[in-house]
Design a protein around this ligand. Structure first.
Ligand SMILES: [Zn+2]
Length: 329
């Protein structure tokens, strides 16, 4: 188990940013992860943008607050982030993608999201059967009884449960300490606003940098185990970009929003949808008809549910009643 302290460069002025940009611009693969207050939430604010080289040989921790006065001089770094020839490896990119867009008006390109690679590997490599996909909804927090799932098979069709990074590291038996339990406990006790404190305590900076190390380790592990190969990488990038944009129309949500964060993979991410798209009244995302509950007459669809199946499942997991209204199609 590697418990040596994570080495990183703290970038809070222009010379350190220039140094970081020179190194990062030479790396064809970047590992990216952000920290902040309630990221993706109504009062979301970025604190740190952490970027590492492919194997985390270098880790740069950009202090978003300290760099605010120099925002317009960070253009060379933004060019690296927007360069589609540079792969950005992330774990659940959705909120970081939106926060970086909101703070810097920069759209990350060529994202490879390891959370999606893990889902793909369940069937492609580990040969999981469909009942195992369903079973995942009946475990852990916000579980649904298997009986309920079986009674709503059409609702759960093709829907996947997400797995967190820590769980993935544990299952992979990677020789690394997971997230610092002290910081995790602090998070729980006082909330994520601690990320906006300055100066940031060294253990928070180390925690942020260690996430980059863990994502880099997972990336290596996924490649070694053929979860990511030259054959599926392009598809994974296309899926990851759909994943990144999946919260685009919903934007920031209140903590108690029933359609807010929940460990369910949105539909129309793993596969590209064809035909007309309809807006969900829950997540506001435009999705194909297959993402909704559909009433048919014969084979012809007559009406769809006002909220997509993912949103219906979120309501179910959160034990919240939400009226389904049928909309003619
Ligand atoms: Zn929805």
């Amino acid at each position: 188990m590697d418990s040596s302290p994570t080495k990183y460069v703290y970038c809070n002025d222009l010379p350190s940013v220039a140094y970081a940009t020179r190194i990062l611009a030479l790396s064809p693969v970047l590992i990216i992860d952000c920290e902040g207050r309630n990221i993706g939430g109504l009062d979301g604010a970025l604190s740190l943008m952490c970027i590492g080289t492919e194997k985390a040989e270098y880790i740069f921790v950009f202090d978003v607050l300290a760099l605010k006065p120099f925002k317009f001089r960070l253009m060379p770094l933004f060019c690296v982030l927007a360069n589609s020839a540079v792969k950005k490896v992330m774990w659940d990119c959705r909120n970081d993608f939106l926060e970086i867009l909101s703070e810097y008006n920069v759209m990350l390109t060529s994202i490879l999201d390891l959370q999606l690679a893990e889902i793909q590997a369940r069937t492609a490599v580990n040969k999981e059967k469909d009942f195992q996909r369903i079973q995942r909804f009946s475990w852990g927090s916000r579980a649904v009884p298997l009986r309920t799932i079986k009674q709503n098979q059409e609702l759960f069709l093709g829907v996947h449960r997400l797995q967190g990074m820590d769980a993935c590291i544990r299952k992979a038996n990677l020789p690394t300490t997971g997230k610092d339990p002290q910081v995790v406990a602090m998070h729980k006790a006082v909330g994520s606003a601690i990320w906006l404190d300055r100066p940031l305590p060294p253990n928070l900076l180390a925690y942020a940098a260690h996430d980059i190390e863990m994502i880099a380790m997972l990336y290596e592990h996924f490649k070694t185990n053929s979860w990511i190969t030259s054959a599926n990488e392009l598809l994974l990038v296309a899926q990851s970009m759909r994943y990144a944009y999946s919260l685009f129309y919903q934007g920031r949500v209140a903590d108690n929003d029933v359609f807010g964060p929940c460990a369910v993979l949105p539909l129309d991410v793993l596969s590209e949808s064809r035909g007309p798209h309809f807006q969900c009244h829950g997540c506001h995302r435009m999705q194909s008809l297959s993402c909704y509950s559909v009433r048919k007459q014969g084979k012809k669809p007559q009406a769809r549910s006002n909220i997509c199946r993912t949103c219906q499942i979120k309501a179910l997991l959160k034990e919240t009643k939400y009226p389904i209204i049928w909309v003619a199609v």
